[in-house]
Design a protein around this ligand. Structure first.
Ligand SMILES: NC(=O)C1=CN([C@@H]2O[C@H](COP(=O)(O)OP(=O)(O)OC[C@H]3O[C@@H](n4cnc5c(N)ncnc54)[C@H](O)[C@@H]3O)[C@@H](O)[C@H]2O)C=CC1
Ligand SMILES: O=C(CO)COP(=O)(O)O
Length: 416
């Protein structure tokens, strides 16, 4: 347990409750109990409410239980059974995790916000959150995707930060949610690098000002088009424990979930987004029965394209060693190309000769692929930049998804 002399405790909310959203909520709720001197024990998990039936093979199913009759609100089922019977079935959740269908209520008074939902939904959620969160909250984005707009591409950690006026870091790694939820050992990477503190702020006995002593720090986001936008970062009131690398380790590290905290938010975010395109390619070649060598070749070329993309478009903010040295890079690429959903659905789409969107609907029970959308979004950006041909694997995946290229042509496109 970390010792704290601060009078206020951090309240933590997880925005999202899918497969990974629920697994991360479990981890965080275990840690708020363990570190109850710095965190409020109850963790709020915002749930996009939907009607769900308790499956007949669930251990909770009983013909005499009114909650097992017909469809019920997912939040009620989660709170009654301490299990997300739809998105993380069979995994007991801590009792201090509270499923909340109201976004506004879930984030009220939370000083730490964890964003964990499919990337296509986050912008709308941020719009709904504006003015509803503590102005001095800090965020961590677990989202794997990039935000492509007319002006350029930005990381979701940046987009969230800009839209909500807060600082937001990122968490990503080789973390297939079902394995993590079963407490099988793995590693993850957290990127957190808030802006330098205002040196004019009063300092204790000549020391460096802590986050809580600074009035307002403005920091700049720059997207790939070179556009700057200023965000005023509100100070954390002095009575909270400071939010730093140590605090995030306390919040996320578990004996089965090993956390490394780094400063390279761009590397952590981009690695998680781009590897999903490569996992789709790996699934395609595996679907043809081409074996592990072909898959390894796709991964090699994909890793090079990840490094090139980071160097070309995020030169000022990225450390591309994150791709080769951290869980958020090569390790995530390997696990995703071995057993991730993007890989599995792409493989089935080739085997069944069916569009991948159809497989997604048939196989994932409401879970969402990120690689297919990301391939389309990244392609739009690369086209705008006039460099589509410099990324043959990313472009090949896009063309296959559009029906403009055959999976069998992947080797040809990698040689050109
Ligand atoms: N599942 C995994 O193994 C891992 C996933 N990730 C990443 O974490 C992020 C979240 O993924 P998951 O939690 O697995 O999600 P998921 O793939 O399970 O998606 C289902 C979630 O989307 C929500 N949803 C559906 N329609 C919505 C709407 N209109 N508005 C808001 N939410 C809606 C559902 O309520 C449900 O919570 C993604 O970016 C993913 O790439 C990262 C590591 C592991
Ligand atoms: O990101 C993941 C593992 O780290 C999961 O990838 P999928 O979304 O392809 O399952």
């Amino acid at each position: 347990m970390l010792l704290s002399t601060n009078s206020k405790k951090h309240k933590v909310t997880v925005v999202g409750s899918g497969n990974w959203g629920t697994a991360i909520s479990k981890i965080v709720a275990e840690n708020t109990l363990q570190h109850s001197d710095i965190f409020q024990e109850t963790v709020e998990m915002w749930v996009f409410e939907e009607k769900v039936e308790v499956p007949k093979d669930s251990k909770h199913y009983s013909a005499s239980d009114p909650l097992c009759q017909g469809t019920q609100n997912l939040t009620e089922l989660i709170n009654k059974y301490n299990e997300n019977v739809k998105y993380l079935p069979g995994v007991p959740l801590p009792k201090n995790l509270h499923a909340n269908p109201s976004l506004e209520d879930a984030v009220r008074d939370s000083s730490i916000l964890i964003f964990n939902l499919p990337h296509q939904f986050i912008i709308r959620i941020c719009d709904q959150l504006q003015g509803k969160i503590l102005p001095y909250a800090r965020g961590i984005s677990c989202i794997k995707g990039v935000d492509v707009q007319e002006s350029g591409v930005s990381l979701f950690s940046e987009t969230i930060g800009k839209k909500l006026g807060i600082y937001c870091g990122a968490l990503s790694g080789a973390n297939i949610a079902n394995e993590v939820a079963k407490e099988l050992w793995c590693e993850t990477t957290i990127g957190y690098d808030p802006p330098p503190l205002d040196s004019k702020a009063p300092t204790p006995a000549g020391g460096t000002p802590s986050q809580s002593q600074v009035d307002i720090v403005s920091f700049e986001h720059k997207d790939t088009s070179g556009q700057y936008s200023k965000v005023k970062l509100r100070p954390l009131p002095i009575d909270y424990p400071p939010i730093d690398h140590g605090l995030f380790k306390a919040l996320f590290h578990r004996p089965y979930f090993h956390v490394r905290v780094v400063s390279d938010v761009a590397g952590v975010s981009l690695g998680g987004a781009l590897k999903n395109i490569i996992a789709v390619a790996a699934g395609f070649v595996d679907g043809l029965g081409w074996g592990d060598n072909a898959k390894a070749a796709v991964m090699r070329v994909g890793l090079l394209e990840m490094v090139k993309f980071g160097t070309q478009f995020f030169a000022n903010s990225i450390d591309t060693r994150t791709f080769t040295e951290e869980s958020a890079g090569v390790a995530d690429l390997i696990t995703s190309c071995s057993g991730g959903r993007n890989f599995r659905c792409a493989k089935l789409s080739v085997q069944r000769k069916a569009p991948i969107e159809e497989i997604e609907k048939q196989e994932l029970n409401g879970q969402k692929l990120q690689g297919t959308l990301t391939a389309i979004e990244v392609n739009k950006f690369l086209k705008n930049q006039g460099v589509e041909n410099e990324y043959p694997l990313f472009t090949g995946v896009y063309r296959i998804l559009q029906g403009e290229m055959k999976v069998e042509e992947i080797p040809k496109c990698l040689e050109c």
